[in-house]
Design a protein around this ligand. Structure first.
Ligand code: G3P
Ligand code: CA
Length: 323
């Protein structure tokens, strides 16, 4: 693995996976000189099925500083790495459990949905989470958060996202408490707990982050994800000040920063890190390549890190002048 990029992020990240071992300079690093952080979005998900061991291992090989598990909860209360509330898009659940769907009306149409939370971990372990992506990944499984932590331990950090915590709350689960308890079981619940495996937490729900910070007392770096109709209001001095009462950073969509590049400096002035998403080789928006796109965000706009499906293409240094 290449050097683990790590940063203090305005003192929000007191841990550092590799800098202290390699350079011993952790205490002297300023936010300006800190390297940018490469987050493998759902693993190296351009090349392997998202949120599988195969995608995470490839991300580590490609030099990711953090791997990203989105979190869902099984019926028996286990946190798993899965993006959707449902299993239909990324597993063969329809074939293995053909009758275990809920029928719902969507825009007047009846739709069958196989919710992850309607299945036990043992049942979810039966599912093939690889073939939908490519037949050569047949047999890949949906991992638990615990398995993702063990996979990353000592090699990179993890950046779990509490997904739809209010939906799980309505079903009687406490996603934040489950997450902090799982981190504690692995000795990773506080910033200082394990210097070789950093942990940051992200959510679209500021309330979820508030619970983690204030109710559960975690001092881990927290990133508030920003998109949708309310986005512009969050990217104002007032909005960012409100975020900074709970979180240490923001995670806006990349298009928001292209429309409003001043938001990066505003967030930094509010003491917040900026980690946009999602950078993909197959969709580099207005740029010729995703490498150019990522370089623009890192070295022109000055973001602190980014989420990409292509960790191997992450530019660690600015492009040479004239190239
Ligand atoms: O967590 C950052 C980004 O992953 C948010 O989008 O839908 O891919 O989880 P999503
Ligand atoms: Ca995510």
């Amino acid at each position: 693995m290449t050097r683990l990029g790590c940063t203090i992020f305005h003192a929000a990240l007191a841990f550092c996976a590799g800098c202290s071992q390699e350079s011993g300079e952790l205490a002297d690093m300023s936010a300006e000189s800190a390297p940018s952080v490469l987050i493998a979005h759902r693993g190296a998900s351009a090349y392997a099925p998202e949120h599988t061991r195969e995608a995470y291992e490839l991300a580590l090989e490609q030099g990711a500083d953090f791997i990203e598990p989105d979190l869902q909860i099984t019926q028996d209360g286990v946190l798993i790495a899965l993006h959707d509330l449902t299993l239909g898009r990324t597993t063969n659940v329809r074939e293995v459990f053909p009758d275990r769907f809920r029928e719902e009306l969507v825009r007047g149409e009846s739709v069958r949905r196989w919710y992850a939370n309607d299945f036990t971990l043992e049942e979810i372990r039966e599912l093939d989470a690889g073939s939908w992506f490519d037949p050569r990944f047949e047999g890949a499984r949906v991992p638990t958060l615990s398995e993702v932590i063990e996979l990353a331990r000592g090699q990179a950090g993890i950046f779990p996202e509490t997904k739809a915590p209010e939906v799980y709350g309505d079903r009687g689960y406490d996603m934040e408490r489950l997450l902090v308890a799982e981190l504690e079981r692995h000795g990773l619940h506080q910033t200082s707990a394990n210097p070789d495996t950093g942990v940051m937490i992200q959510s679209f729900s500021l309330e979820s982050l508030r619970i983690i910070r204030h109710d559960l007392g975690s001092d881990l770096p927290l990133t508030f994800l920003i998109s949708g109709p309310d986005a512009d209001a969050w990217l104002t001095p007032e909005g960012l000040a409100e975020v900074s009462e709970v979180a240490t950073g923001i995670g806006p969509t990349k298009s928001l920063l292209l429309q409003n590049p001043d938001a990066v400096d505003l967030a930094h002035e509010a003491g917040l890190t900026v980690i946009p998403w999602t950078f993909r080789a197959r969709d580099a928006s207005e740029f010729a390549t995703v490498v150019e796109e990522m370089a623009h965000f890192l070295f022109e706009l000055g973001v602190d890190g980014l989420f990409t499906n292509n960790p191997d293409l992450f530019p660690r240094t600015p492009p040479e002048e004239g190239s």
